[in-house]
Design a protein around this ligand. Structure first.
Ligand code: NAP
Length: 311
């Protein structure tokens, strides 16, 4: 694609994920041209910077596409305004703080005729699509998810993540649920959840969830933010035809211990290629199943208080 035909893009919320992934992926791809950043403090060199989203919308209607990389609690207002102004919108995960917000945005995008892309970056990890294809004709017997990481390492100083609407340990845990709902056919349901809240925090630091596939196979998920040392993002599926294991957040796929994946990470490159394809086709991609599972875990979950947590 030539520089003239690239889609002008703005990124809102210049924090960790915008800097680590979005800005480099846009620069390394051929579909978008980063023209503006919108953030109260964060700045991107060499492009126009706005501190206020309304000011950006008023001044740059020519920038057709907007990526929202803020925390979820402010995403609804921004997405609603961007859709009303006729922009195509990409939302980082989780798409919103409630299912009601998320569904309202899908309705608004449909009525406005703009593209809305609720991204799940883990679904673009190398092993996920081949895992889905391999499982398609197998009978699943059980699934075990272990998603254990060190919150201090991955979310340093992010106070919002512990506040209502911040998701706590479900912020990484929803990535596992986004893979689960991509590779397992049918609707998954939550049966039971235990949520561990530090005495001084408003969101859980750990969660154990029992779920079932549509055909009744048990699924266990253990999410924990207190894991130091080796970090674990594994999904193991026992089937009638062998064991499938996704490791490193979906980047590596093993069938009966034999690795089936090779190559560099393309999660965010894949996200921007998909966003461009959706814009060209004038379509949206809004799958809220991972958010529904989180909502259901909170609905039926039993709360336990655990030791206070200091950053
Ligand atoms: P972050 O480092 O806190 O960056 C988000 C930025 O959004 C902030 O730097 C802030 O920039 C802006 N912002 C606007 N309103 C805000 C508010 N009310 N509270 C806090 N910040 C606000 O967070 P992040 O890790 O990039 O995560 C952002 C989103 O990406 C989350 O939904 C997260 O789940 C997702 N994500 C994160 C990762 C990761 O590894 N960190 C990976 C994948 C996806 P200004 O102060 O300049 O406005």
């Amino acid at each position: 694609m030539t520089a003239q035909t690239r889609i002008p893009l703005a990124i809102a919320g210049i924090g960790k994920i915008a800097r680590d992934q979005h800005i480099p992926s846009v620069a390394g791809g051929e579909d978008f041209d980063l023209k503006a950043a919108v953030s109260r403090h964060g700045k991107v060199e060499g492009i126009e910077n706005f501190e206020d989203f309304d000011a950006f919308l008023a001044k740059r209607p020519d920038i057709r596409a907007v990526s929202l990389c803020t925390p979820p609690e402010v995403r609804f207002d921004m997405a609603k305004k961007a859709i009303a102004a006729g922009h195509d919108v990409l939302m980082e995960k989780p798409p919103a703080t409630t299912l009601g917000e998320a569904e309202a945005l899908a309705d608004l995008a449909r009525e406005a005729g703009v593209t809305l892309f609720a991204t799940w970056h883990s679904r673009f990890a190398l092993g996920v699509e081949p895992a889905r294809a391999w499982l398609a004709d197998k009978a699943i017997r059980s699934i075990e998810i272990v998603w254990k990481e060190d919150v201090r390492r991955w979310h340093p100083g992010q106070a919002w993540i512990w506040e209502p609407g911040g998701f706590g340990v479900f912020d990484p845990g929803i990535n596992a649920l986004s893979i689960l709902t991509a590779i397992v056919p049918g609707r998954i349901r939550v049966e039971k959840a235990n949520l561990s809240f530090p005495a001084n925090r408003k969101q859980p630091i750990a969660a154990d969830i029992s779920m079932r596939t549509a055909s009744g196979a048990p699924i266990s998920a253990a999410f924990d933010w207190r894991q130091e040392g080796r970090q674990t993002w594994d999904i193991t599926v026992e089937t009638d035809a062998g064991t499938l294991r996704l490791s490193k957040g979906g980047a590596e796929l093993f069938i009966d211990g034999v690795e089936k994946t090779a190559g560099p990470d393309r999660e965010y490159a894949g996200i921007y290629e998909r966003f461009a394809a959706l814009i060209r086709a004038r379509e949206s991609d809004v799958d809220y199943q991972p958010l529904r599972l989180v909502a259901d875990a909170f609905l039926c979950g039993e709360r336990r208080e655990v030791a206070a947590f200091e950053d």
